[in-house]
Design a protein around this ligand. Sequence first.
Ligand code: TRP
Length: 426
Amino acid sequence: MSQKRVLTGITTTGTPHLGNYLGAIKPAVKASQDPSLSSYFFLADFHALIKCHDPERVARSTREIAATWLALGLDTDNATFYRQSDIPEIPELTWILTCLCSKGLMNRSHAYKASVDANRDAANPDLDDGVTLGLFSYPVLMAADILMFNAKHIPVGKDQIQHIEMARDIAGRFNHTYADVFVMPEPMIDDPVIIPGLDGRKMSKSYDNTIPLFCPENELLSLIKQIKTDSRLPGEPKDADSSTLFELYSLFASDQETTDFRAKFEQGIGWGDAKLELFESLNGYLCEPRKRYNELMNDLNSVEVLLNKGAEKAREYSVPFMREIREATGIRPLNTTLVGASKSEPKKKEKSAEQLANAEAGRRRGILMQLKPVLDQVANAVDKTAAAAQVIAEKQAEVEGLKKKAKQKAQNELELLREEFAKYQV
Ligand code: TRP
């Protein structure tokens, strides 16, 4: 059986913290060790340039994230671990997809809209103030990251679902316009456990309430001492369930340890002592990987070697696949004369029913996306039936006037329009 292909990227702008560990790193390390999965994990350093123009910070974060993932046991033999900027096919594909992606799709991107909203709220007459083309079209780069490896399962946070949807739209459009080469990706969303930060809100860099995963012991202790507690005195029973301290403890401890800690809360453990216990427990958990992390940070050559090997492995896929993609778009060596020669080669294995259904769904999406203006026009018309009938008549006339390939394309569109407009009783 072929392996499930899983892919995810980590933007290299920050220092990994406990929240990142539980939310993304721990499940990814586990997946990397699973022989039934083919995992692609990459340092998304081109994505970092979108929001961060501090070169030292990008470089530092890239080192820290790479060393963190390796220290925690990422299996680089089974998984493919690489740096995005080591794969030149990714920006190449980004351009090809940029030329297919409608601007309107990007206008709807949450990241872009958030910037526009912020300008509007600040009464800034220039709604695009501070918006680079990188930020605007960042979903296309993300689509290229995913489609370059034809990955189907994309573990991401909820905030990224829209980007996966956009990658599907763009892939469908490519498949429809050129050749059926891309698999439709799907988001893989784990039940989100919200990891509380020092102030009790979600642990996040933007709230400045994080506990870095591998900070030195004394810093770990002093951060734990800053965790917010209530004013109950030693001896007074405390509510474990509303305590950030208790929650953090339970995320790393065994069930038995957690039950024992809860009992201590009921018996009125002092906050100072509870903090010391959390420190002991966390520190015990992090001690070994922290040691490995420090070793790797002092031996960055070996990390660099591993990343280079990862890039080589990744390019075993991306280089030939890019050739196929270029070929489909008409970017070919001059002596490639046979039109459609690549299509007639029996290079693809037989597809499963699910793959076929997915390909069909992708094909429909691609066609519908191109038809969106007319679909909207009909949906907004007063007499929808008449408007739909007119669109169909026009398309029918178009089909009749066309030849062969163009005719087939228009015919496909006509069929989908008929299906879409059935609801208007045309
Ligand atoms: N944009 C993602 C984030 O901010 C990171 C990312 C970049 C990514 N490329 C990707 C995630 C491809 C999944 C697949 O979290």
